[in-house]
Design a protein around this ligand. Structure first.
Ligand SMILES: Nc1ncnc2c1ncn2[C@@H]1O[C@H](COP(=O)(O)OP(=O)(O)OP(=O)(O)O)[C@@H](O)[C@H]1O
Ligand SMILES: [Mg+2]
Length: 401
């Protein structure tokens, strides 16, 4: 039998398209009660009345109810079932629900609130009480909704700011990476230019100054062959000149070879290192031990010159900074890696320096070497204490196919 006080969802949706007035879904299986409550609320709210929890659930979802007023004992789905279903659905989770029940007493009231109802009204209730509770809960729900909206807005703003910040950080990182790459590129160009310049100076010293010295030497030899025609004083000067020219020739050759050792191109790393370490020991009076593998094959030119320059830089540092009386250079080779260690027993790198070695304030020696080795895919590490310093270079050996 159709129930005149219980409306269908579609009918109400048609009839009361929202005009801003709040919509209340009322569920009660008692038609008189429904009629009574409808009359009480109708002046201020839109009311959609149904006879059981299942219809109330459907109406609350489809009509987007602002508040649900529900009896506890009902057929099909009772008040607790309705409450549970509404709370389980994100779309209706926050809707205020008020239970209406004939079951008086604190127990049932607490039971209803515990289950998650927002309020509990005991029948019979006065019109004033009903309106006051409904009004209060609608207001509360509105405040909650506004707070939730503010929170969502804030979250969106924060999210936006975060995205923008991340974008800025990404951009800066890319810029820095680019600058870093440019710096590496510049540094290796500098190294190459330096190598070429040194090679050119070495050749020029040898070819121009060296050749003139040879010519002067020949002239002096000629004069010496006729030394009997000279006074004793002049003869002594000629002899002195011969000695000085010899010395100068040797010095110029050493400088030229230090600028670029011809052995490095002609014979290879082992010979160039032997020549250099021996000469270093003689010049500096620091005992230098060189430990080389029995047979060291040829490596690509840039690798040989890099290792030679590292040894040269490190031994120069030993001489200039360490105060050590001895040092050792050790080259080790396994199948695919070359390890070079330069060690001294000196005072060590001052404690504050290791950091500056990789910053712009340090000398360019070790930093330049580090860059060179990095270019070749290797590493240069420095270990220093009051007992001495050791620099270790580790390089991959290019595999011949
Ligand atoms: N073997 C060492 N013993 C003690 N201190 C060292 C040693 N090698 C380097 N140092 C310290 O580390 C610093 C940096 O060395 P690095 O070779 O980079 O620069 P530098 O020798 O001062 O200048 P450059 O090599 O550019 O002429 C040196 O100034 C020195 O204080
Ligand atoms: Mg140096």
């Amino acid at each position: 039998m159709p129930d005149p006080t219980a409306s269908t969802v579609s009918a109400l949706a048609d009839e009361t398209a929202s005009d801003g007035t709040e919509l209340i879904v009322l569920a009660d299986d008692n038609a008189d009660m429904r009629g009574y409550i409808c009359r009480l609320l109708r002046d201020q709210y839109r009311v959609h009345a149904v006879a059981n929890g299942a219809d109330a659930l459907q109406a609350a979802r489809e009509l987007n109810a602002d508040l649900i007023l529900s009896d506890v004992m009902m057929p099909v789905l009772d008040g607790f079932g309705l409450l549970q279903a509404l709370r389980a659905d994100p779309a209706t989770r926050l809707k205020p629900i008020i239970f209406l029940s004939a079951r008086a007493g604190e127990e049932s009231r607490i039971e209803g609130l515990k289950a998650g109802a927002d309020d509990y009204l005991v029948k019979p209730f006065t019109a004033r009480e009903l309106l006051a509770r409904v009004g209060a809960h609608l207001k509360l729900a509105k405040v909650r909704a506004e707070a939730a909206q503010t929170e969502r807005d804030l979250r969106t703003e924060v999210e936006l700011a975060r995205t923008q910040l991340e974008k800025r950080v990404d951009e800066r990182t890319t810029e820095l990476q680019l600058a870093n790459e440019e710096l590496h590129e510049l540094s290796s160009r500098l190294q190459r230019t330096q190598d070429e310049e040194r090679r050119r100076f070495a050749r020029e010293l040898h070819d121009s100054a060296g050749q003139i010295l040879v010519a002067i030497g020949l002239n002096i030899a000629l004069v010496k062959s006729e030394v009997h025609k000279l006074s004793a004083e002049a003869a002594k000067r000629v002899e002195d000149n011969a000695v000085m020219i010899d010395q100068l020739t040797r010095e110029i050759r050493t400088i030229s070879h230090l600028l670029h050792p011809p052995l490095l191109d002609e014979v290879g790393l082992s010979s160039a290192l032997r020549w250099y370490v021996e000469g270093f020991s003689e010049r500096s009076k620091i005992a230098a031990n060189l430990d080389l593998p029995e047979h060291l094959e040829r490596f690509p030119a840039e690798m040989e010159i890099a290792i030679f320059r590292v040894v040269q830089e490190c031994l120069t540092n030993v001489h200039r900074h360490s105060g050590s009386r001895s040092c050792a250079v050790k080259v080790l080779k396994n199948e695919n890696r070359l390890r070079v260690e330069i060690r001294d027993e000196g005072r060590g790198i001052p404690q504050e320096k290791p950091l500056t070695l990789i910053s712009s304030q340090g000398g360019v020696g070790l930093r330049g070497m580090q860059e060179r080795i990095r270019e070749l895919g290797g590493t240069l590490s420095i270990d220093s204490s009051k007992e001495g310093t050791s620099v270790v270079v580790n390089l991959p050996v290019p595999q011949v196919a």
